[in-house]
Design a protein around this ligand. Structure first.
Ligand SMILES: Cc1ncc(COP(=O)(O)O)c(C=O)c1O
Length: 395
């Protein structure tokens, strides 16, 4: 089956529920057992393997887990209460005191904070590496390197990583490769075809698609799953059934929304390229982009989150405020992947430690992160155009 069919059919079986299309929302803590033997046997059932207690999963959670797994690939998906938990729980699962972690310098900020905070307190050492390192990562591998983390394209800076090359080296050294695959969604990058062992998704973004819930998913290969399953069981982390229900509505139309995001995103990116105020557009699906070759080789599409750099003369905070405070359609807020457009200034130079920002191929100036939503793209361009007029006048 193709992805569109999987997204619409996976994780539901109307025959089980009198023909009703969607599985019911199961609100559950207690699960009753019919006999003493069944109760005793349930102690051998691991989290996610059956109905034992609400924390360990219900038909509602298993249904969405199956749908995400079928589209993204891999052996087993487990839901998490946020995208950040989908990033931190695998790190807890595969790392112990004395271990070493290789982390891309372009990682999502709160994942970095977890490495510098909780992982450090646990005695795990993190080395940040240049996201463009590719096979050169071999020089950083140590005997105790247990995990190599990739995120492609990177948060805020959009560098595309050579994941097959990195995974090849990591596996030769016995390390697992964990990826934050949120940008591409399960549709546009198939992590398990490129050497990834564990994929984290912020379901909050394109899977849910409606800016009304937070959730995450972790999908593992067969070999990687048992250790992750243990961490899930030991921590008791689980999502709310009502949020799972909402995310399930999202995944059914993800394959229709994503091409629209991709197409509108490219239209806006091309328009930005022609603007006097813009020095550079950071979008891997554009031929001029440094990551374009690898994006074309490995990805099946592009989402609508990307960056652009304002010329230095248009980068003052007061001019930016004149532009941003009066945008009609572009909201200012964290997150992305919903139906609505967003625009925020970001400051990668303040968080990178392994590589300087801007890189040698990136212009100096204020970096903006834009999420192109499902509005009419001409209306979005009008809003941006008016914003740039205000920016120019105030500069
Ligand atoms: C790349 C990436 N990964 C993970 C997350 C975390 O998702 P959540 O907001 O659901 O915790 C985000 C959120 O912005 C993100 O941008």
């Amino acid at each position: 089956m193709k992805d569109a069919t999987k997204a619409t059919h996976s994780g539901r079986n109307p025959q089980l529920y009198s023909g009703i299309v969607n599985p019911p929302v199961m609100h559950a803590s207690t699960v009753l057992f019919p006999t003493l033997k069944a109760l005793q046997d349930s102690r051998k059932v691991r989290s996610g393997d059956g109905y034992t207690y609400g924390v360990h999963g219900t038909g509602t959670t298993f249904a969405l887990e199956e749908a995400i797994r079928d589209v993204e690939g891999g052996h087993r998906t487990r839901l998490q209460p946020s995208g950040l938990v989908a990033c931190t729980l695998p790190l807890l699962a595969y790392l112990s005191s004395g271990d070493h972690l290789l982390m891309t310098d372009s990682v999502y900020g709160p994942t970095r904070a977890f490495c510098d905070g909780m992982l450090r307190r646990m005695g795990v050492e993190t080395t940040y590496y240049d996201p463009l390192i590719g096979a050169g990562i071999k020089t950083l591998m140590r005997p105790n390197t247990k995990v190599v983390w990739v995120e492609s394209p990177g948060s805020w800076t959009f560098e595309v990583q050579d994941i097959p090359a990195i995974a090849d080296v990591a596996h030769k050294h016995g390390a697992k490769v964990i990826m934050d695959n949120t940008w591409a969604s399960p549709l546009y990058f198939k992590p398990f075809e490129h050497g990834v062992d564990v994929s984290a998704q912020a379901v909050t973004k394109y899977i849910s698609g409606h800016s009304d819930l937070v959730m995450g998913s972790v999908t593992c290969t067969k070999e990687a799953y048992p250790e992750f399953q243990r961490a899930q069981q030991e921590t008791g982390i689980c999502p709310s059934p009502d949020d799972v229900f909402l995310a399930m509505r999202g995944i059914r139309s993800m394959h229709v929304r994503l091409p629209h995001h991709w197409c509108s995103g490219l239209r806006v990116a091309e328009w930005l390229m022609g603007r006097e105020e813009v020095k550079q557009v950071l979008h891997p699906a554009m031929p001029h982009d440094r990551g374009h070759k690898i994006w074309k080789r490995d990805f099946l599409g592009a989402s609508s989150l990307f960056g652009f750099v304002l010329k230095k003369k248009y980068s003052s905070n007061s001019a930016l405020a004149a532009m941003m405070d009066k945008m009609r359609l572009h909201g200012m807020g964290f997150s992305w992947g919903g139906f609505e457009s967003l625009l925020i200034p970001v400051a990668p130079q303040n968080i990178r430690t392994a590589t300087a920002w801007p890189r040698d191929d990136v212009a100096k100036g204020q970096v903006m992160r834009i999420h192109v939503g499902l509005e009419d793209v001409d209306d979005l361009i009008d809003d941006l155009s008016d914003g740039f007029d205000r920016l120019r006048k105030a500069s």
